[in-house]
Write a protein that binds this ligand. Structure first.
Ligand code: PDD
Length: 276
């Protein structure tokens, strides 16, 4: 497969990462993961806007315009003849002798790769099990950085317990999933954590707001508790790769009798209609 390396397209086997790359040593970098449907990047613009914001928040200066980076990502998809799949794109602060503070004038390291993933609606799971986990991450979860150990540990906890996602909470407040945003439905209204420093402002989360407006489903961004989560009429997670995915069980608590709820169903149908 061809990958993007800096401003070039090369075979994956040819790519070299320096042992002192700051992404490798410190997780000092940013990324975006985007879906490709029928050869086109889904929600491209908001993803690139968020990338730009992540760079700004970390004082990481982009070596090319977002327009140029976007052209390269599109070219990567073409070169790999990718119809349906994921494109992963990251930028690190580059390679320099190991010191915590930023190096001077070190070029960033840009890589991009694609993987095939067909969007098979017939085999799509109708919901997942989740577990609860303490949100032990830092206080800038709004930045999409490579530093994902807190997320990794939570996802591993879910994985070994046979769950598909870990729902994180700080004290009694539910923040988000280890790699997704969390919504609850109560009395016909969507509730999700506000986009502050405690969560990543998911592109799918924002897209669900658009769908909710279209469908006249009321929504509110406010903090909600673990008790509210477990007592919700419906729960679902959103993310680029999982779209809108109902949560039917959280630890031992069954949600909505273990069935996909009506509001989730409407959002999923509306999502499908937008992708087709
Ligand atoms: N994860 N919250 C966290 C911590 C995430 O890692 C993600 C996405 C989201 C959802 O954001 P979006 O809707 O923009 O995908 C929320 C991606 C898919 C990943 O880690 O690869």
């Amino acid at each position: 497969a061809m990958i993007l390396y800096q401003d070039q397209f090369i075979d994956r086997e040819q790519a070299k990462v320096d042992i002192e790359d700051r992404g490798y040593q410190f997780g000092d970098g940013i990324y975006e993961a985007m879906m490709v449907y029928s050869g086109r990047i889904f929600l491209l613009e908001p993803h690139m806007k968020r990338l730009e914001r992540s760079a700004r928040e970390l004082s990481l200066s982009l070596p090319y315009s977002v327009g140029h980076l976007t052209e390269n990502i599109k070219k990567l998809i073409e070169l790999n003849n990718l119809e349906d799949g994921v494109v992963y794109f990251q930028i690190t602060r580059g390679a320099a002798p190991r010191q915590h503070f930023f190096p001077d004038n070190t070029p960033t390291v840009i890589t991009g790769s694609v993987s095939v993933r067909t969007r098979d609606l017939t085999s799509r799971p109708k919901g997942i099990k989740a577990c609860l986990a303490d949100d032990i991450r830092w206080l800038r979860c709004d930045i999409k950085t490579l530093n994902l150990l807190g997320n990794v540990l939570a996802k591993q906890k879910a994985h070994v317990s046979g769950a598909g996602e870990a729902i994180l909470h700080r004290e009694s407040t539910v923040t988000e999933g280890s790699s997704s945003n969390v919504f609850i439905v109560k009395n016909g209204q969507l509730v999700t954590h506000p986009a502050d420093h405690f969560i990543l402002n998911g592109i799918t989360r924002l897209f669900v707001f658009d769908l909710a407006k279209q469908l006249d489903i009321p929504y509110v961004e406010r903090k909600f508790t673990v008790d509210e989560l477990l007592d919700a009429d419906e729960v679902f997670i959103t993310s680029t790769s999982n779209e809108v995915n109902p949560v039917l069980q959280i630890d031992d608590q069954i949600i909505n009798n273990g069935k996909q709820g009506p509001i989730s169903e409407r959002l999923i149908a509306a999502f499908d209609a937008e992708v087709e």
